[in-house]
Design a protein around this ligand. Structure first.
Ligand code: ATP
Length: 231
């Protein structure tokens, strides 16, 4: 079991506090984070693998302080960004997926078999030799997921992984999520993605304002949105 713990975490950018005294312990396998634009979701997700450090408080992953053990934590926590262009580092699709395996030092045949399986799983096998930067936005998003999952992190954190995907590919990603062995933390505006998760957090104004089973959390979120939209 993996464990992500926030202890009284506040995060401040120049403009002010974007997360305020957040304490939460996450051990469930499928965790969704929803909330309005600018509510602090991405900041919360980025704190999990040290992309952002707490201004106050502490974040640990399996007992490791994320600020002090960044390298070890990043081996465990795979992170997929909203914009896949920021994540593509190699010329072709296959090379990009293979690149993630370099630090595992597998032998060439093992690495190649793992890359093939991953490309197949994400429907990218036929695009393997294409220039990665010329894929469509949605194909790039699938590539970004494949390139992170090929190294089999124990936790996967994704920030709006389906934004660029059509309905079919968004559903494909949802099915991948359902089948993953890893602990999964998904920040999303696509509420369907988290409907069958174990736990959903609702973030508003830098605080967790609802936290529980998806039905209750999503109902609370819808109420929050309705309250804002009401004249
Ligand atoms: N690097 C930064 N420097 C200064 N302010 C930032 C930075 N990153 C985010 N912010 C601010 O922090 C607040 C929370 O941003 P965050 O990206 O965490 O929200 P979010 O809930 O993920 O939003 P969205 O749904 O729009 O992606 C916003 O007001 C944003 O403008």
């Amino acid at each position: 079991m993996t464990e992500i713990v926030f202890e009284h975490v506040t995060h401040r950018y120049d403009g002010g506090d974007v997360l305020v005294d957040v304490s939460v312990r996450l051990t469930e396998r499928r965790i969704g984070i929803v909330g309005a634009n600018g509510s602090g979701k991405s900041t919360l997700a980025r704190l999990i693998n040290g992309l952002v450090e707490p201004t106050e408080g502490r974040v640990t992953v399996d007992g490791l302080d994320v600020s002090r053990n960044a390298r070890e934590v990043r081996r465990r926590v795979g992170f997929v960004f909203t914009n896949p262009d920021t994540q593509i580092v190699m010329p072709t699709v296959r090379e990009d997926v293979a690149f993630s395996l370099r630090r595992l030092k597998l032998d060439a045949a093992d690495a190649s078999a793992r890359v093939d399986r991953t490309l197949e799983r994400f429907g990218l096998a036929e695009l393997a030799d294409r220039p990665a930067h010329r894929l469509s936005g949605g194909q790039k998003q699938l590539l970004a997921l494949a390139a992170v999952l090929v190294s089999e992190p124990s936790i996967l954190v994704t920030d709006e992984p389906t934004t660029l995907l059509d309905a079919r590919n968004a559903a494909l990603v949802d099915r991948h999520f359902a089948a993953l062995d890893q602990q999964l933390v998904v920040v999303t505006h696509r509420l369907e993605t988290v409907e069958h998760f174990d736990r959903v957090l609702v973030v508003d104004g830098g605080r967790i304002v609802a936290d529980g089973a998806p039905a209750e959390s999503l109902a609370a979120y819808r109420e929050l949105i309705d309250a804002v939209e009401a004249p």
